[in-house]
Design a protein around this ligand. Structure first.
Ligand code: PEP
Ligand code: MN
Length: 377
């Protein structure tokens, strides 16, 4: 059961104290407070955990400070929708809103290689009005002999260059809690020129201790990628680990599934699950066309497969696109064959815009259809 409190209810207020006294008296039920500081208001939710079957919704609704009570019938206690359309499906970070109704492109380097390439990438993004990017410093690799990323040594120049070119959010994979500490230190050392979205990759989707650690910090939002060989339900539960520890700023990433059925793509593209994740949870949904397709193969219509699947995800309502670009793909240290070039950036963004417009028109069409047939909803 979730109690949604009136906006701006403070935990040191008399109303809140009375509520806690009441909750403490319910046998076999614990409660946990979750607060979200938005730009305009403080949102507080109280989760009742345990034997809530006998708890009366009516009694609780009449308690001071309680605005609404939602009984949870499904899984994903914190991140699920639970038939309450009024709970937030967005969060703000470093001046950027991430929601189920927004779309951000995170074009950038799969792996940081040189300061020159980082600068060229950031410059190109600024020229196109972009405020987000991806930059890999810690790379989980299949072979222990492959390049593992520059690690913390590249962080200062990556962050400074991001700040120089107005980039507000950098998606960066972490594979160990020490990486979060290194990122925090480098941000402090450089004077916080940019923000970071911690990325948990497909190989770590069920690294529960990493999830708990990243979930316990609320400073950085998290992009959790779907596990490439587990069910969607298992991956959504992994996201719930982050939220249950306190961090609700989670974006869920689709990046294709490992199966030979997807050949000749690197993974079987799973972007048909964009609307499914949006229906089951309140998380914005990211698509990663680069790691799904894994090549620069081109269809007879002149479009690269990477661009085709991007459009498929966007037209289905995706909220974020994580995509590999490189100023000189032949020199990329990781995943060069799937990278798009800086020359292709404006073209890619325009193609995304076309697909987004089509999605918005489809959404309007659906609304109109249901408005004319109220009983069909
Ligand atoms: C990546 O985005 O660089 C990456 C390694 O992705 P994934 O975890 O989806 O393989
Ligand atoms: Mn990669």
């Amino acid at each position: 059961m979730i109690l949604i409190l009136s906006p701006d209810t403070r935990t040191d207020s008399e109303e809140f104290r009375q509520l806690e006294v009441y909750l403490d008296r319910i046998p076999n039920v614990r409660h946990r407070i979750h607060q979200e500081t938005g730009e305009q208001q403080l949102l507080t939710e109280v989760y009742l955990i345990g034997d809530t079957a006998s708890v009366s919704v009516e009694d609780i609704s009449n308690l001071p400070a309680v605005e609404r009570v939602v009984r949870i019938s499904e899984e994903y206690r914190v991140l699920g929708r639970h038939k309450d359309g009024n709970r937030p499906t967005w969060f703000d970070y470093n001046g950027v809103r991430f929601g189920q109704d927004t779309l951000h492109v995170f074009a950038g380097l799969c792996a940081v290689n040189t300061p020159e390439h980082v600068e060229l990438m950031m410059q190109a993004l600024q020229q196109q009005g972009q405020v987000c990017t991806r930059m890999g410093a810690y790379k989980p690799r299949t072979s222990p002999y492959s390049f593992q990323g520059h690690g913390k040594s590249c962080l200062p120049y990556v962050f400074e260059l991001a700040g120089k070119y107005g980039i507000k959010v950098v998606a960066m994979e972490v594979t160990h809690e020490a990486h979060v500490v290194e990122i925090r230190e480098a941000l402090e050392q450089t004077g916080h020129p940019t923000g970071i979205m911690l990325q948990i990759g497909t190989r770590n989707t069920q690294n529960f201790e990493l999830l708990k650690y990243v979930g316990r910090q609320r400073e950085y939002p998290v992009l959790l990628k779907r596990g490439f060989g587990i069910t969607l339900e298992e991956s959504l539960n992994a996201a719930e680990y982050l939220a249950s520890e306190g961090n609700r700023k989670v974006v869920f990433g689709l990046r294709g599934m490992k199966t030979n059925m997807g050949d000749p793509h690197r993974n079987l593209v799973d972007f048909a699950h964009v609307p499914v994740v949006r229906r089951l949870t309140r998380m914005p949904v990211c698509i990663d066309p680069s790691h799904s397709v894994g090549t620069r193969d081109q269809a007879p219509d002149g479009l690269l497969d990477v661009m085709h699947v991007t459009a498929q995800g966007v037209i289905a309502g995706a909220n974020m696109i994580l995509v590999d670009f490189h100023p000189d793909p032949a020199k990329a240290l990781v995943d060069g064959p799937q990278a798009l070039t800086l020359e292709e950036l404006p073209y890619f963004l325009e193609d995304v815009r076309v697909a987004r417009e089509a999605y918005e028109k489809r959404q309007q069409l659906a609304m109109q259809y249901h408005r004319e047939r109220p009983l069909s909803v």
